[in-house]
Design a protein around this ligand. Structure first.
Ligand SMILES: [Zn+2]
Ligand SMILES: [Zn+2]
Length: 268
């Protein structure tokens, strides 16, 4: 079966992704209610009892809303770093000691045939991380909630066969939008979210390694972005850099805030 995944939901309303190898199935973030996440998993024929663990990127509610309830229902271990545990402690409710697992930032672990690596990102949370998954030589990277793409993140994302990358907002739509200026400044800042252009620029540098087949644009703002605009902006930046994705067997794929992406089989 190899390494495969489905992004159940993505955006400021809620985020969750199922990653599955031959022997392990994990959930990254539980950003909608447990009931809603279970419904979305069912659409991809995954049950809570199929899960081996939950990994948490950071404590914002669009990533942990249903975490406590789902973990309790299926007695799932939750992996997060210490600062994230401290920050989300009161939001997740009672979690048994045996379910409370610490995974330090910038560390790696194995769950059966699935290798999981966490890496620190710049975002306004206690100690936010992204995750890379490897199994059978294939690599999938999840990178959302990034203020900017640091050199550290760039080197972490190298050689990903599939990448789920934040393309949060169109800078002009955000500037013209109705949000108060302090919120706009937060989103645009180094610990906020990645714009369409910034996503395109990161990709332009990353795609030179020739490993990446598909990029899923993720965590789109419903207020300040549209999928077609995000795709167009990213592909324009790539074309400016001489990368013509249609000709290169490279595809830009969509994620949705309310429905799961098709299962994607990641190959090396
Ligand atoms: Zn966040
Ligand atoms: Zn988020």
């Amino acid at each position: 079966m190899g390494l495969r995944f489905t992004v159940l939901c993505s955006g400021s309303t809620g985020n969750a992704t199922v990653v599955s190898s031959s022997a392990a199935t994990v959930l990254v973030d539980v950003g909608l209610s447990a009931r809603k996440i279970e419904e979305l998993m069912q659409e991809r024929e995954v049950s809570g009892s199929d899960l081996d663990a939950i990994f948490v990127t950071h404590e914002h509610s669009d990533h942990i809303k249903g975490l406590g309830a789902l973990a309790r229902k299926y007695k799932l271990p939750i992996y997060a770093n210490e600062k994230t545990w401290a920050a989300m402690h009161k939001h997740v409710g009672e979690i048994g000691d045996e379910q409370r697992k610490i995974m330090p930032s910038d560390s790696a672990m194995e769950l059966f045939d699935l290798r999981i690596e966490s890496y620190g990102i710049s975002h306004d949370a206690a100690e936010p991380v992204g995750y890379c998954f490897e199994s059978g030589g294939a690599k999938l990277s999840l990178a959302t909630d990034l203020g900017y793409v640091s050199d550290r993140v760039m080197s972490q994302l190298k050689n990903s066969n599939v990448l789920v990358l934040e393309s949060n907002h169109d800078v002009n739509m955000l500037r013209m939008g109705r949000y108060p200026w302090n919120i706009k400044r937060r989103i645009l800042g180094d610990t906020g979210h990645l714009s369409n252009e910034a996503a395109g620029e990161a990709l332009r540098a990353l795609l030179t390694d020739g490993a990446t087949r598909r990029v899923y644009l993720a965590h789109l703002s419903q207020e300040h972005n549209m999928m077609e605009l995000a795709k167009m902006t990213v592909s324009n930046v790539l074309e400016d850099g001489g990368i013509f994705y249609q000709a290169n067997e490279f595809a830009l794929c969509e994620t949705h805030y309310d429905k799961p992406t098709p299962w994607d089989l990641v190959k090396s």
